[in-house]
Design a protein around this ligand. Structure first.
Ligand SMILES: Cc1cc2nc3c(=O)[nH]c(=O)nc-3n(C[C@H](O)[C@H](O)[C@H](O)COP(=O)(O)OP(=O)(O)OC[C@H]3O[C@@H](n4cnc5c(N)ncnc54)[C@H](O)[C@@H]3O)c2cc1C
Length: 422
């Protein structure tokens, strides 16, 4: 069952897939029916592989059906930080991969006619004096060194013209970053995967698998024998794979959708249906929907379970930016779980020759998880160059491992949130 959200209320093409019963065999068994799993399954099936996909709940049940829908350029760490850490050449390579991730989504939407309200134009909104000048420097670096002339700095006045708030000091406009309806996109991927021959099973939680070749993947009611396993469980991994669980921290993030504001008011609030995210450590992100609501994400927690009143939790973040929305009704409020890594770089790897995984996209996963699926499929087909480069990113284990990572994270997040306000 999908959580009650704006996305589930406006979903197109929900399809009920059977539960796995008895035995199946396949070239590849994909675990997880979000972007990572479906992108891998679809790309593999297009290469002629026989694929079974097992999803514990329903397609897009996880973060892929609940997120802000923002498709940013580059990696979660900006290209200048990447340069400092890895040097220009590597940074450029990771930038190009992120561009390939955007292309993958654009091409999938076009090829499979996915109705997911794909929109162009994103603003990074600067909230703090000490970040002034960043937008101009970054846009110049992207144009000069990354062949990316699509970003430009926005002055405070230009920001105000595009987003009706005094909250931001300047902005970085990116004409080629995008947004979409996340659930409708993942449902479209599932349709494309089915059409390509992928056998999808829902309500089929994997309880374990053997470390052999071929591997046996078990659920309560069935099993799959497969030469390869792809693990795409991200923040919902739980205890399934202890060898990678300690590298990620599942965190919960929350969103609200206002009542419809009417076309004129929605356009006055945010021009051109741009999507916006700010520079706060716990990021606020927002955009207007096709039916002229404000979709606003903000606030997170670092323990299992959501606040009992999500609307009350997120609303103050929205009102801090848009005080004029005081009194506007909130029609939907929901949360989801994503996973972050210690250094906010994604975690790709191979646990044994026939088991590939990707996780820990750290809030930048709409683009990267789709790319992950594509390059896992490439690697299984025998060309692992791009996968191996992504897998070379250094990812540390959270201090305290899976048992003690939460208290450390809470302290760290409190520190950064406080610093944000100073
Ligand atoms: C509220 C929110 C807002 C976000 N906003 C953005 C954004 O604007 N931009 C952005 O880039 N990123 C955003 N993200 C992050 C982004 O959504 C994720 O990085 C991305 O969706 C990850 O996709 P995935 O397929 O790896 O994982 P998921 O979509 O979480 O899918 C994992 C799936 O695995 C299944 N699963 C787990 N265990 C098992 C098992 N044992 N057997 C079978 N199936 C299993 C789960 O049920 C789930 O469906 C946001 C996340 C949240 C929660």
């Amino acid at each position: 069952m999908y959580p009650d959200s704006y996305y589930s209320a406006t979903a197109i093409g929900i399809h009920n897939h059977p539960t796995l019963q008895g035995s199946q065999s396949a070239d590849v068994c994909v675990i997880g029916g979000g972007y990572t799993g479906l992108s891998a399954a679809l790309n593999l099936a297009e290469q002629g592989m026989d694929v079974v996909l097992l999803e514990a709940e329903c397609i897009g049940f996880g973060a892929s059906g609940r997120n802000g829908g923002l498709i940013g350029s580059g990696q979660r760490k900006d290209a200048l930080e990447m340069e400092k850490q890895f040097g220009f050449e590597k940074s450029r390579q990771f930038w190009d991969f992120a561009e390939a991730a955007k292309t993958e989504i654009r091409e999938r939407v076009a090829k499979h006619c996915i109705e997911c309200d794909l929109q162009y134009g994103q603003i990074e909104a600067v909230h703090k004096k000490s970040y002034l000048g960043y937008a101009e420097d970054y846009a110049a670096a992207l144009a000069e060194r990354y062949d990316y002339p699509h970003a430009r700095a926005l002055s405070r006045e230009e920001m105000r013209e595009l987003v009706a708030t005094d909250n931001f000091l300047e902005g970085l406009y990116d004409a080629r970053a995008m947004s979409l309806h996340p659930l409708n996109y993942v449902l479209g991927l599932a349709r494309a995967a089915r059409d390509a021959g992928v056998r999808i099973f829902e309500n089929s939680r994997v309880t374990g698998y053997t470390r052999k070749d071929p591997a046996t993947i078990s659920t309560d009611d069935g099993q799959v024998e497969a030469s390869f396993i792809v693990l795409g469980c991200n923040g919902y991994l739980g205890k399934l794979e202890p060898r990678v669980a300690g590298k990620i921290m599942p965190i919960n993030n929350f969103m609200i959708a206002t009542e419809p504001l009417g076309e004129k008011r929605a356009r006055q609030l945010i021009a051109d249906r741009l999507c916006v995210h700010d520079t706060r450590f716990v990021v606020n992100y927002f955009r207007t929907s096709q039916d002229h609501r404000l979709l606003f994400g903000g606030g997170e927690n670092y323990r299992p379970g959501f606040p009992s009143d999500i609307a009350a939790f997120v609303r103050p973040c929205m009102l801090e930016i848009f005080p004029q929305l005081d009194g506007v009704g909130i029609d939907y409020a929901w949360g989801g779980t994503l996973s972050v890594t210690v250094n906010r770089l994604p975690h790709f790897g191979r646990l044994q020759p026939n088991l590939f995984f990707a996780q820990g996209y750290s809030g930048h996963g709409v683009a990267l998880s789709n790319f992950a699926g594509k390059i896992i499929a490439e690697a299984i087909a025998g060309t692992a160059d791009r996968f191996d480069i992504m897998a070379s990113l250094p990812i540390h284990t959270f201090p305290g491992g899976t048992l003690l990572r939460y208290p450390g994270m809470v302290l760290g997040m409190l520190f950064f949130s406080l610093r944000d306000r100073l």
